[in-house]
Design a protein around this ligand. Sequence first.
Ligand SMILES: Cc1ncc(COP(=O)(O)O)c(C=O)c1O
Length: 384
Amino acid sequence: MIYLDNAATSYPKNEPALRRAMERYLALGASPGRGGYDRAVEAEELVSSIRQNIATFCHAPTGSHTCFAANATDALNTLIQGMADGTSHIVSTRLEHNSVLRPLRHMQYNDLLEVDILDFDDRGFVSVESIEAALRPHTKAVIITHASNVLGTVQPLIKIGAMLHRHGVALCVDASQSVGHLPIDMQAAHIDALVFTGHKGPAGPTGIGALVLDPCLDVKPSRFGGTGVDSHNPFQPTEYPARLESGTQNMLGIIALEECLRDLSIHTQSIRLKEEMRLLKRLFGALVKLPGVRVYGGHDMEKQVPLLSCTVNDMKAADVGAVLDGDFDIAVRTGLHCAPLVHERLGTAPYGTVRFSLGSHTTDADIDAAIEAMQEIAQSCGSS
Ligand SMILES: Cc1ncc(COP(=O)(O)O)c(C=O)c1O
């Protein structure tokens, strides 16, 4: 199989990192914060050091506000519900994944948040000016994806963050499609909340994600329960991270996330990205020349993660995907990619697009095969 669906989940995973994580997990033998004996204390110290390492990875101001979650969706729910106070206004964009749009809509329909959703331009970027124009006196935060999961376009976070900082509005970033491909500097971009997931760019396991906060942003707890600390208190502890984490932690996932991020130095990421973008450029260059194929994303390779979408004449995206799979053994994602507003804007709803997403293991031969397959599909549907 030629795997070009790394934006859904990366494959193959970072096997050495996962093996190291399993060894560490098997030696651990206790749950953090759940006992006063040596092993439990060691486990607690371990988790604290991992929080710090993750904060260092994304240049967060402190490790004490790194909160673990089951995935990006879970972290985004914690963030969005924790900001819904019945009086605040949130600005977001049509580029977002349903893991942002649905919690926002839910809060909006329950009168817990006012929400404005902004458009993107023809090339897939949200302008700083449009965000600034949407701010109101009670705007609490802007929630925006770092890189679109349909177009791959990378949003101008540094400029957005600088502008929001001047207005005293928080910047919350869904970095699900960028962590592992692009370096993140929360402080340089004035990011107040960063969300990412372990199973995409970091090449880690499913079931682990993170919400990394700047202590300036107040996020209320929306789930309650055992935290291992402050047990006499009938209410959720107010301190981070216990404020936003209840129940026994996914220790294997947490250790695996650390091991995977450890392998992603700025140097490694930049070499990886360069190669992925070289391959994406080849794919883009070939697809745009095919009659009947329309490519979305990839028009500015400097502001792009390694994925793009396309349509082929009036063929449904799912049918193109079925041929790629059945006749060519190429795995891609088709449809709306959980980002319905992107397709409304592009005119590709309701069938969506065919998305090719590359990873660190993608080769020239994979791209050759994808190009040849698309040539045949475009030819056969053009002549039918
Ligand atoms: C931009 C974006 N945000 C959020 C998510 C949700 O990630 P997870 O599956 O880890 O919850 C995805 C996954 O496809 C995504 O692409």
